[in-house]
Design a protein around this ligand. Sequence first.
Ligand code: SAH
Length: 214
Amino acid sequence: MSIDPKRKRERMVREQIESRGITDSAVLAAMRKVPRHLFVEEALRAQSHEDHPLPIGYGQTISQPYIVALMTALLHVQPGMRVLEIGTGSGYQAAILAEMGADVYTVERVKPLHNAAFTRLNKMRYFNVHLKLDDGTLGWPNEGPFDRIMVTAGGPDVPPPLLDQLTEPGIMIIPVGVRQRSQELIRFAKRDGKIMKSNLGAVMFVNLVGAHGW
Ligand code: SAH
């Protein structure tokens, strides 16, 4: 029999997240609370807290717990902020942001994944998550601008509509790479009429596919 999910989450947070230097208490609390095992298929539940991404069907993945925590911490999310996520996938990252009190707008291009995430998040009563089936490289113009933007798939370049839909001040985190499945995590901070760019190191995400993607 597998151990209780709550204990698995506690161990995941201690061994994969706190031990690697993430100290943001809101991020840690959300990672302890969101039931990660319910975001993967039943057959993979026993593995859902392991230190790597897992398949969610259609060639896509749910990100590794540490990467979710890292990207969320880098975003400095405050309660009440409007946050746009591109790449809903399982809906796990959206749930983490919602748990932190954000108003989450998340876009997915694969219909069955969008539908499954919609049902799952509703069942879990994450009513502050709004989902859309579309090409997220175009952003969500009707709902923008957004205080924070997080892209959880990697494209060859930064989609211009996303930078346009970022408030000032605002922060965007996005993996970018000219080779597929190999990117640099980039942070853009819009402040005082300028856009500051910082490079945060190598990551590996599935493809961002769309008008401003692959
Ligand atoms: N954040 C997800 C992991 C996402 S995997 C989670 O927590 O589970 C990346 C997702 O981005 C995939 O589901 C993929 O279908 C989606 N994607 C790729 N290109 C996209 C685009 N242009 N617009 C919206 N979603 C896209």
